[in-house]
Design a protein around this ligand. Structure first.
Ligand SMILES: [Zn+2]
Length: 298
């Protein structure tokens, strides 16, 4: 299984256009090499088929940066076969507009997200005249979705019922946010992708144990990170993201044996600085920070 990390920042990216916090200023001063685009992933288990997980506002640049995702010379045949959505957040869906001129595209998302993309944010209707898009609800707990002619098995991991702000009034039943377990059927190689963790589901420990690699929600390093920079801001947990560090943090829950990388870093997260004490503490805890463009082979 080949994994390409397309983007590693939370909504807004790093630096964020309207933010002058320490990490944003550092990224501006260092230049584009230190910037992070908004979180997304690409996965492949065969040469000519790739699946995206989430479609960020940075989709176009992210696809252009990866030669494997280019069409073969002389064709308009994209290797991008489909998209899995972890939720309906704008940061994970508006990139679908950038894919509108391709051939038929299969998009998989939780049922509640499909409903929200039909009414509260009518992306499905807006895209319909521009090409063939097939929308599929992801199987509920326990079910497996077979992609790439059975070579890639995907199951959804229910995480939370956190709705996008535009759909806060929706009464659709959850889950609204899921992670994905992606397994290459021929080899058993397994990747766990959970970029939003409002809580730690009971089954996550076992899923982490059996995965060869996991990318987890790294939005905030500390619980009070936003308030320290922007007084009055909510805590990490109140914003739907367990912090990495601290007694309630996700780092303390990791067990040896599985490679874990954190992604979806908010622009306030000190982990974006490779020389930060936070980065050293993360390494001591046995985890890594995912980088834009990083390739992982499982
Ligand atoms: Zn900032």
């Amino acid at each position: 299984m080949r994994v390409r990390v397309l983007g590693t920042a939370a909504g807004g990216g790093l630096p964020q256009w309207n933010c002058g916090c320490g990490p944003c200023e550092r990224a501006r001063a260092t230049g584009p090499g230190a910037w992070r685009s908004q979180e997304a992933l690409a996965v492949s288990v065969s040469d000519d088929a790739w699946y995206l997980v989430n479609a960020s506002p940075d989709t176009r640049g992210q696809l252009l940066a990866v030669p494997d995702l280019a069409p073969p010379a002389g064709t308009r045949r994209t290797p991008v076969r489909g998209v899995l959505l972890t939720d309906g957040e704008l940061d994970h869906t508006v990139g679908l507009f950038a894919l509108r001129e391709g051939a038929a595209l299969d998009i998989h998302a939780p049922q509640a997200v499909l409903a929200a993309l039909t009414d509260a944010f009518p992306l499905r209707g807006l895209l319909a005249p521009y090409g063939t898009v097939r929308w599929h609800p992801v199987p509920s707990a326990g079910g497996e979705l077979l992609l790439d002619e059975g070579r890639l098995a995907v199951s959804a991991v229910p995480i939370s019922d956190k709705r996008p702000r535009y759909a806060e009034q929706s009464t659709a039943a959850g889950p609204w946010v899921v992670g994905y377990r992606l397994r290459e059927t021929a080899t058993g190689a397994t990747l766990l992708y959970v970029p939003s963790l409002a809580r730690w589901p009971d089954e996550l420990d076992a899923l982490l144990d059996e995965a060869h690699c996991a990318l987890l929600d790294g939005t905030f390093w500390t619980e009070d990170e936003m308030a320290a920079i922007h007084p009055g801001s909510r805590t990490a947990t109140a914003m739907g993201h367990l912090p990495i560090s601290g007694p309630g943090g996700t780092l303390a829950r990791l067990r040896p044996g599985t490679r874990v990388l954190y992604t979806h870093l908010n622009n306030t997260n000190p982990l974006s600085d490779p020389d930060s004490p936070a980065r050293a503490a993360l390494a001591a805890g046995g985890a890594e920070v995912a980088e834009d463009g990083q390739e992982i082979v499982i």
